[in-house]
Design a protein around this ligand. Structure first.
Ligand SMILES: [Zn+2]
Length: 470
């Protein structure tokens, strides 16, 4: 039994229409065979794209969407995000670097520790909802806020109830021994945060998986958030191997980790296609070649990584054959318009000489691939979503093009990559279910959600501030 109540939000879940015909849209398919198809129809049946063509007949009872003059594109993919932080967006921002440098000691080691299971449920539901509103239909969520069984259930169920697809990664590390009002050495808090997996977390992960993630066809899969797996004076390769063995015993769809410890994992024969690394700045050509060979995936946070010492690596990784996507990473601090992150994946290439060379040969379609087709591959779901292809899941974004300043020339990819904004999104489908229509999320009471988020902030932030690190 769990204790979290889900009283946080009980919005009605939208029901999928049996079939939907989207008529006359300009299709930006991101399917290399299909390319861009002006004035074309797309049929959704039982959650899948079943037909693409001109003059399609609507099945009896189908919902019909007139989309003439609008752009239909695949739902976008975020390859690395900590969704639980979303209700605190704006609390720490990267445009104030001195304050943001407190991200882990404050956000992870204090705020997250003080959140209840209900708070975590609200965080992941709210985060998933905002993503869908912004055209992101799949996410790799690294839930590094799980300190009890209840918080694990709440994180998984909250994200699932938001309706988003992708992989929910249950973090199997971090068992803080402190709470609100406690004083302890900063080094102790850091050591607890950075420790490897523990048996309690592994048992909770299994329990959450068995409760909520048994439907193999559901758009949201079960995954694992690992420790950093670094071998050092305090950690042996045998301990790292133990963590991976335990995690793999839970049959996760994907296992994700921060940082990159590719060489020692390769030497120990531990790498696999079930692994996903985030950031990866500083990976060598040799390491990228190994990742490509072993099928290890990568999620780069191209906007957030501007501030890093080493430049972004997504361009080099892609050239080396690694399945690489982009992601927001920290919803607490960065812009939630995912088109901005997509644009950044291009401009940030210019931070390195190799990236600059790669950028010269890119098209706008290549740039958009980071957020769609290639992004889906980086989550291991490239054959299920990421393009408008018959047989794939109907994860779709329909864009208005009538706004003042929306480009009137160029390819559809040119126009979207360079000019689209969150506000242009008219409709979003996830697995064929219409979640947003005519610019508004269906069944979402934003005023109520904001009030709940404010109430949580007013309770949790003072508690977090009452924890003193010496
Ligand atoms: Zn991260």
């Amino acid at each position: 039994m769990t204790n979290f109540s889900r009283r946080a939000l009980l919005g009605a879940q939208p029901k999928a229409a049996r079939s939907t015909l989207i008529r006359g849209a300009d299709l930006l398919t991101m399917d290399t065979q299909l390319g861009e198809m002006p004035g074309t129809d797309l049929l959704i049946e039982d959650g899948l794209i079943t037909k693409i063509g001109k003059g399609l007949k609507a099945p009896a009872g189908a919902q019909i969407i007139d989309a003439k003059g609008m752009i239909l594109m695949p739902g976008m993919v975020d390859s690395h995000r900590h969704t639980w932080e979303t209700p605190f967006l704006g609390e720490l921002v990267k445009t104030e670097p001195k304050r943001y440098s407190n991200y882990i000691p404050f956000n992870n080691q204090r705020v997250g520790v003080c959140m209840t299971a209900d708070d975590v449920y609200l965080g992941n539901w709210l985060g998933g909802t905002i993503m869908i509103d912004g055209g992101v239909t799949s996410v790799l969520d690294q839930a590094h806020v799980i300190h009890t069984a209840e918080k694990g259930d709440a994180a998984g169920k909250g994200l699932q109830d938001s309706g988003i697809g992708g992989v929910f990664c249950f973090q199997i590390t971090h068992s803080p021994t402190y709470g609100a009002g406690d004083t302890l050495p900063a080094a102790q808090a850091a050591a607890e945060f950075g420790a490897g997996a523990d048996v309690a977390h592994l048992a909770w992960a299994k329990s959450t998986r068995d409760k909520y993630f048994t439907d193999k066809k559901a758009p949201l899969r079960f995954g694992i958030g690992l420790s950093g797996l670094s071998v050092g004076p305090k950690r042996t390769i045998d301990n790292v191997a133990w963590e991976l063995e335990q995690a793999r015993a839970l049959s996760p769809f994907l296992m994700t980790l921060h940082g990159h410890t590719i060489m020692h994992l390769e030497k120990a024969g531990l790498l696999g296609a079930d692994m996903h690394v985030s950031h990866g700045n500083g990976l060598s050509d040799e390491e990228l070649a190994i990742m490509a060979k072993r099928g290890v995936k990568l999620g780069c946070s191209t906007m957030g990584e501007y501030a890093y010492d080493q430049p972004q690596i997504h361009g080099r990784a892609r050239a080396a054959g690694v399945s690489v996507g982009i992601g927001m990473d920290v919803p607490v601090a960065l812009c939630h318009d995912y088109f901005e992150h997509t644009r950044n994946s291009f401009w940030s290439l210019y931070r390195s000489p190799q990236g600059t060379k790669l950028a010269e040969d890119y098209t706008s379609t290549d740039v958009l691939a980071f957020a769609t087709s290639l992004g889906a591959k980086s989550l291991g779901i490239g054959d299920e979503t990421g393009s408008l292809t018959i047989g794939k899941r109907a994860d779709l974004v329909l864009l208005n093009t009538g706004r003042i300043g929306f480009a009137m020339m160029g390819s559809l990819a040119d126009r979207v990559v360079n000019f689209a904004h969150w506000q242009d999104i008219d409709s979003v489908w996830v697995a064929g279910t219409l979640r947003k229509h005519k610019g508004a999320m269906i069944g979402v009471d934003w005023g109520m959600l904001k009030k709940k988020a404010h109430d949580m902030q007013a309770r949790v932030i003072p508690q977090a501030e009452s924890i003193i690190f010496t």
